[in-house]
Design a protein around this ligand. Structure first.
Ligand code: EPU
Length: 419
């Protein structure tokens, strides 16, 4: 197991290129089981552990996966012969639940391990299952597995009681090959969902309304292979924006869609950053100690839960007091006790962290507990005095493409060492 060593105190400057979005690529990889003709080609896929795990999952189902040195992935589903997602793979990556809708709609059966809880909360999949049942699936949950069967799924009116990203994606994919019209009300409208819909429409699906909370899918009889380049990762982009701000640096973040990061940009401006943008880049300059800003997480377009830990790190060194309220996941404050080890002054009460900004964090040995928590510890390490050691860095490798290399290029002193 590796650890990261970060020697803090360097002001970051230069430019960084953002990779394809993890949360766009993962559902697209799962959708690759659906075409009856042709192959799915995904370009510029980020080099992530979650991508490797998903391709392993697809390979053991019989999908033929090839990858070139530029991370263009080609997926040929013509030889699929099992519809099984085993516990060993699903337990490391909850998004494996995204194979359920595609397998069921294409092959009429699927057996997928229940994802179970994870560090950030319980994360049930009840809304996915309820919606699939409404479309005619017979679903049993037994001995840790979801077993689903159906003749051709039928379109239905689905209303999610709460917005769910992968729930919306699973139903969109299932409905693409169903008979008749499916209407999803209170659908999630994250950019990654719109990207998935664009991709499915290229495969021959008939999806409209994406980007709003009412999505309609007119089921088709067959889908074909296609080529697609996933969106840039707005969470990776946001993490680099905060890296610039927390080190009082000046960083240009390229290959992004600035409007997808609006909620984060707004908060950084409030914190005192100077921000300029073009159609596909943002430059973040922070000349002085950032000001503390209050945030509340919510579904897109509001402040993303996936940026909460990083913003908590920024508020830890900001001038003034702030609160951070987490409205999506019930246990997403695991980074707080680690930040406290570095001298952050944070009190958590239920879903709210109250932070008194301190002038300086001091390096300490800390442990990453989940993907975004590890990003917040890297950010804190960049700002801290001394050398921070972060253990359990496998969490960061799940979702950040070449993070040390990208940070090194803009002046960070960060390296990886075996434990
Ligand atoms: N929920 C239920 N029942 C369900 C589904 C969700 O109660 O059947 C609850 C969840 O427990 C949570 C809320 O609904 O409280 C929203 O969860 P959602 O389903 O939207 O989360 P998700 O689809 O499991 C995706 C991202 C997460 C991101 C969330 C919220 C992927 C692969 N994952 O998860 O990404 O935090 O949406 O935006 O798209 C990450 O990248 O670090 C990450 C955790």
């Amino acid at each position: 197991m590796d650890k990261l060593l970060i020697q803090g105190g360097q002001s970051l400057s230069g430019s960084v290129k953002i990779s394809g979005a993890k949360n766009s690529v993962l559902p697209m990889l799962c959708a690759s089981v659906m075409p009856t003709t042709g192959v799915v080609q995904l370009e510029n896929v980020p080099h992530l552990q979650d991508v490797t795990t998903t391709t392993r999952l697809l390979t053991q189902m019989g999908v033929s996966v090839t990858m070139d040195e530029f991370m263009n992935i080609s997926l040929d589903p013509s030889a699929i012969d099992n519809f099984y997602a085993p516990y060993d793979l699903v337990k490391t990556m909850r998004s494996s639940i995204l194979v359920l809708g595609p397998l069921l709609s294409r092959f009429g059966e699927a057996k997928v391990s229940l994802p179970g809880g994870c560090a950030i909360g319980l994360r049930p999949v009840d809304m996915h299952l309820k919606a699939l049942k409404k479309m005619g699936a017979e679903i049993k949950v037994e001995r840790g597995y979801i077993t689903a069967r159906s003749k051709r799924l039928v379109g239905a009116n689905i209303t999610f009681e709460k917005k769910t990203v992968t729930g919306t994606e699973n139903i969109i994919m299932a409905a693409s090959l169903a008979k008749g019209l499916t209407k999803i009300s209170n659908a999630a409208n994250e950019p990654e969902i719109s990207d998935l819909c664009l991709f499915l429409n290229k495969m021959g699906a008939k999806i409209s309304g994406y980007g709003t909370d009412m999505i309609e899918i007119d089921g088709v009889d067959a889908l074909k292979g296609t080529k697609h380049k996933p969106l840039p990762d707005r969470i990776e982009a946001g993490t680099f924006m905060i890296a610039a701000a927390i080190t009082r640096g000046d960083v240009e973040i390229n290959n992004i869609v600035p409007k997808h990061s609006y909620a984060v940009i707004e908060k950084l401006i409030e914190a005192g950053a100077e921000i300029t943008s073009t159609d596909n880049s943002i430059r973040v300059k922070m000349r002085q100690r950032p000001k503390a800003v209050d945030i509340e997480t919510n579904a897109y377009p509001y402040f993303p839960t996936d940026m909460q830990a990083q913003m908590t790190a920024l508020n830890s060194v900001a001038k003034g007091d702030s609160y951070v309220r987490e409205n999506i996941f019930e246990n997403r404050f695991m980074h707080v006790q680690e930040l406290e080890r570095m001298g952050a002054l944070i009190k958590v009460d239920d879903n709210t962290a109250t932070i008194s900004g301190t002038k300086k964090l001091l390096a300490a040995p800390v442990m990453a507990t989940d993907l975004r928590a590890s990003a917040s510890l890297i950010l804190a390490g960049l700002a801290a005095e001394g050398t921070t050691e972060i253990a359990r860095v496998y969490h960061i490798d799940r979702g950040y493409d070449c993070i040390e290399e990208k940070l090194q290029l803009i002046g960070a002193r960060i390296s990886r060492k075996p434990m």
